[in-house]
Design a protein around this ligand. Structure first.
Ligand code: HEC
Length: 160
């Protein structure tokens, strides 16, 4: 009996692997990328890409475990939510937005990158000095006191 239940569970787990979330992202237009549009220095680019781009850009790099059902769906939901609030690949849309202005603050408060994500990704673990450097740059570039107009309008967001 136990053996049958275990076999059934194994079969369900195997079949479940065929169910995968939609990972498609729009084609990248490099000229609309935040780091390009703000002329970010190379060291800042490396920090932002390493700590933020998996969820806040269309340039997500998926680790192998992101393909395992059911965590693939959980991971993809975080990415979709992250992109919806703030997508650095579409700086033409997000420049001057309320969410963008909070970038430095979220990092300073330890809200971003999410702790469970950072634990799993060495490239998202910033030293104290790197963190300070990135917070200062984000605040100067897109913080409340920074520049940027064209507020991002949530209503013209399409949910797909
Ligand atoms: C593992 C995915 C992930 C990573 C990596 C990540 N974020 Fe987020 N971020 C999210 C999600 C999901 C949300 C929306 C839900 C929320 O606010 O928690 C979000 C929301 C935000 C918001 C909007 C918060 C608000 O309330 O207005 C900002 C700003 C932000 N992230 C900045 C960053 C910055 C800066 C980095 C890199 C230092 C980063 N995030 C890295 C997933 C991520």
């Amino acid at each position: 009996m136990i053996k049958r239940i275990l076999l059934a569970l194994l079969a369900i787990t195997l079949v479940a692997q065929f169910f995968q979330p939609d990972r498609s992202a729009p084609a990248i237009d490099p000229s609309k990328d935040m780091l390009a549009m703000t002329n970010a220095p190379a060291d800042i680019q490396a920090l932002v890409v390493g700590a933020c781009y998996d969820c806040h850009s269309d340039r997500t790099e998926y680790p192998f475990w992101a393909y395992v059902t059911p965590i693939n769906f959980i991971i993809q939901r975080h990415i979709d939510e992250g992109r919806e609030e703030l997508n650095y690949s579409r700086w033409d849309l997000f420049v001057g937005s309320e969410h963008a202005a909070k970038s430095g603050e979220e990092l300073a408060e330890g809200e971003m990158p999410p702790a469970n994500y950072a634990r799993m990704h060495g490239h998202a673990q910033l030293s104290g000095a790197q963190k300070d450097q990135l917070i200062a740059w984000l605040n100067a570039t897109m913080g409340e006191a920074g520049h940027g107009e064209a507020g991002h309008d949530e209503s013209d967001e399409d949910d797909d």
